[in-house]
Design a binder for this molecule. Structure first.
Ligand code: WTA
Length: 649
């Protein structure tokens, strides 16, 4: 098929937004960027005004907009659960808010009325257990509707949720609860993954036992439906609902800058980094981007196939779509289980309008072959999105042609846990799309690429991706004037700058292309791992002297985790050590962090001052010419490592 765009030579040719899409798009004003520029920061009232405020805000951004603290929607008070649930009752109480598909294809639907009832009952239940404003409630749950219900119930009470990805280990859960001083936990008995039931309650119990502080109450959702033993201070979710049947909980009004939730992510240090998002700024930013970038309408059935355990799920499965009153889809399981057409089946059966996924998934779909989507009617789709890692133009074209039938715009959205919401993307109704490039910064966002000296790079030159102005969805640490991650390269004039930790280029049209992380964060299949965090768990293994973890290039997942390990003197570097290393990483973090390769080496390459040179290890793993080795104390080790890798290969 010579006209298959995925097979055409790629000149990164731009695509204009398809006419029929433009005719109905939410944003069609080609001058929106300049309007935002002229009106900044008041332009962001367009986002704030998508919300219902219990007390209106006095200013869009208090202060001069240059110096912290940055108080978005200052003076305003609101409740996130009112915005995501109550206010939709008038127009669409019978519309489905959350539609869920389980591993066997079974479904559950919550209308806005159902959601309202269950959020209120569960909020009443949590309150009866002692949860109040500003308490941190940890939600250690898989993809079941009770997770968004619990998030919204916390929001109703002004409590701060702390969702921990269900696949994380007991240790990882305990670390996140300890750091957040979280005294409440909501979890489940277990859940299904590739047909097999996993025991979640065991992990939750182990975490609880290992904590130094008391967990006041644990609520357990029954997903597997088996009898679960409930110990002291443990409650069943359904019993708690039953005990509060029909209860109504008055929503607690929060200041715009009050925390809505916190989420841990992997930063450049060994320990997970907490990122706290605000009630007003965050919610306004996700609602606005769900409308302007994902083009969501209340009538839409929308599906983001991420996990709620990550920021993508918080912002674009739960808060964005529900704030707009749309129908949001959740699914349990995996894209290739029971069959490789699982996702296309879900799209067809639910007539999904807008679909948002990750490049890794798209690369898998390509590998599995276009016959899977071709067996299904995907004509309901209007727009496609991707997020999480760079997408190669070939995968982008495949996605557009085979999933979008050539008629859906594809938005490649750049953002992070720290940014809370999308900061760079084409606007699908106005901007031409260039495969592989995320597009310009969104209106009102001052994202740019700078060199080591902090000056803007010329087109095509890689540099640091930075954001030089505050944005509504910014986390509390930055809003208060603190720092997150690296501060290099800073601005000459000392003005606000957030250094994202990504490397990027910008072209003549102002389109950004994100190349990947420049720090010690490894992005595997759109999930973040910190080299330091992995290294510190590996060096705990008996027999390991030192470890360096890097990301090596991988066709499907973008990066693969490669661990270079030097054993203690006279200790064998054998399969037993390898197995113990893998086991330790699974215990400390979870199976998703298991290294793809463990390479033993008598020494690690180090500078004279003793710093491990990870860059050189990356070059070796990627079979690339070695960078500058002149600073090395032990350059001879590189040849040795290289031959070990080639032998193993
Ligand atoms: C990467 C996920 C290229 C980037 C929302 C960023 C991307 C990290 C894109 C954040 C994109 C995200 N193109 N790279 N469209 N979107 N990234 O915190 O390296 O899990 O720093 O947030 O993912 O990952 P996080």
């Amino acid at each position: 098929m010579h006209d298959d765009p995925a097979r055409r030579p790629l000149d990164r040719g731009a695509h204009d937004p398809p006419e029929p899409f433009v005719a109905q798009a939410n944003v069609t004003d080609p001058d929106l960027r300049s309007a935002f520029e002229r009106e900044w920061p008041d332009c962001w009232a367009r986002a704030g005004d998508l919300l219902e405020w219990e007390r209106p805000y006095e200013s869009v951004l208090a202060g001069d907009g240059e110096t912290p603290p940055f108080r978005w929607f200052d003076g305003g008070r609101l409740n996130a659960s009112v915005n995501c649930v109550d206010r939709h009752l008038e127009d669409r109480k019978s519309q489905v808010a959350i539609r869920w598909e389980g591993r066997l294809g079974e479904t559950r639907s919550y209308t806005y009325l159902d959601l309202h009832r269950e959020v209120n009952e569960f909020a009443a239940g949590l309150r009866s257990l002692g949860v109040g404003p500003d308490d941190v409630v940890t939600l250690y749950m898989p993809m079941i509707p009770e997770l968004p219900v619990a998030m919204l119930a916390c929001a109703r009470l002004g409590a701060v949720h702390n969702v921990v990805f269900a696949g994380f280990s007991a240790e990882a859960l305990a670390a996140r609860m300890a750091r957040a001083d979280s005294r409440f936990l909501v979890t489940c008995d277990g859940y299904y993954r590739r047909g097999a039931a996993t025991n979640q309650k065991n992990k939750a119990d182990n975490a609880r036992i290992s904590l130094d502080h008391e967990v006041e109450a644990t609520v357990v959702v029954s997903r597997l439906g088996e009898e679960t033993h409930l110990g002291k201070d443990q409650y069943s979710y359904v019993d708690l609902l039953a005990a509060h049947e029909g209860a109504r909980v008055a929503p607690v009004a929060r200041d715009a800058g009050d925390p809505l939730f916190l989420i841990y992510t992997s930063g450049t240090t060994g320990a997970p980094t907490a990122v706290t998002h605000t009630t007003g700024g965050y919610l306004a930013h996700v609602a606005w981007t769900a409308r302007a970038v994902l083009d969501l309408e209340p009538e839409d059935t929308y599906w983001c196939s991420a996990d709620i355990g990550w920021i993508t799920g918080h912002s674009y499965i739960v808060y964005g779509p529900l704030a707009l009153g749309a129908t949001t889809m959740l699914y349990e399981g995996a894209p290739d289980h029971p069959e490789r057409d699982r996702l296309w089946r879900i799209i067809e059966r639910n007539a999904i309008d807008v679909f948002y996924t990750a490049p890794t998934a798209i690369r898998s779909f390509m590998k599995w072959g276009s016959d899977h989507p071709e067996r299904h009617d995907l004509s309901s789709l209007r727009l496609l999105g991707t997020v999480g890692e760079p997408i190669n133009p070939r995968a982008w074209e495949w996605y557009r042609a085979h999933i979008g039938g050539g008629s859906c715009p594809v938005v490649d959205t750049w953002w992070q846990t720290e940014t809370g919401a999308i900061l760079a993307s084409t606007l699908p109704g106005t901007d031409a799309m260039k495969p592989g490039s995320v597009g310009p910064p969104l209106p009102g966002i001052e994202a740019r690429v700078v060199d080591e000296a902090g000056e803007p790079t010329p087109p095509g030159e890689p540099g640091h991706l930075v954001v030089d102005r505050p944005w509504p969805g910014m986390p509390t640490t930055l809003a208060e004037g603190g720092t997150l991650g690296s501060t290099h390269p800073a601005r000459d004039d000392g003005g606000f700058r957030y250094v994202a930790g990504d490397e990027a280029t910008v072209d003549e049209d102002g389109y950004l292309t994100v190349l990947g992380r420049v720090d010690d964060v490894i992005n595997v299949a759109g999930r973040r791992f910190s080299s330091m965090e992995l290294e510190s768990s590996i060096v705990e293994v008996n027999g390991v002297a030192e470890a360096a973890v890097i990301g090596s290039a991988d066709d499907r997942t973008g990066k693969a985790v490669c661990a270079y390990v030097s054993p203690e003197r006279d200790r064998p570097a054998d399969d037993d050590l390898r197995a113990r290393i893998e086991r330790r990483v699974r215990e400390a973090i979870g199976p998703i962090a298991t290294p793809d390769a463990v390479v033993f080496t008598p020494e690690l390459p180090k500078t004279r001052s003793g710093k491990i040179m990870r860059r050189l290890l990356e070059d070796i793993a990627n079979d690339e010419p070695l960078g500058d080795t002149s600073a090395l104390r032990n350059p001879e080790i590189l040849g040795e490592i290289e031959s070990t890798i080639r032998e193993d290969a």
